[in-house]
Design a protein around this ligand. Structure first.
Ligand code: ZN
Length: 139
């Protein structure tokens, strides 16, 4: 299946329903593939609108490549949704001073049954990411 915008949107909706059903969709949330980059797997930020801002989740453009396992994309989407649940780049109440404070993302993902996915993702990145970048002449 082609990894286009619609595919990415479906992955996000699936992960949201399955692992974050208690987290309200409190504003417009957009997800898109950004530029292929070496260092950033994903990010979440507010759009420019001052009142009722949109949330924009950006996923590394390399992840359109079927060489990157789906669980890597899912893991990154779940990571960004965890930030959303914690009130970062989202209308929900902010739960921590910093988004990555003291392993809060890892703990939240574990509590939501995402521990295995997270481990698979981390392992794959550790074993394959640099190699992959070399095949893409990105290193
Ligand atoms: Zn993060």
């Amino acid at each position: 299946m082609q990894r286009d915008h619609k595919w990415l949107k479906n992955r996000l909706e699936m992960i949201w329903k399955r692992y974050f059903p208690d987290i309200a969709v409190a504003n417009n949330v957009f997800v898109k593939f950004g530029r292929p980059t070496r260092t950033r797997l994903g990010s979440i930020k507010f759009g420019r609108r001052k009142i009722d801002p949109n949330t924009i989740i950006t996923i590394n453009g390399f992840f359109t490549d079927p060489e990157i396992p789906e669980f890597v994309v899912d893991g990154v989407l779940a990571h960004e949704l965890t930030h959303y649940a914690h009130g970062f780049a989202s209308p929900h109440e902010q739960q921590h001073r910093y988004p990555h404070q003291g392993g809060v993302v890892r703990r939240e993902m574990s509590d939501r049954g995402l521990k295995d996915l997270l481990q698979l993702e981390k392992r794959w990145i550790k074993d394959n990411w640099v190699k992959y970048l070399k095949t893409q002449r990105a290193l």
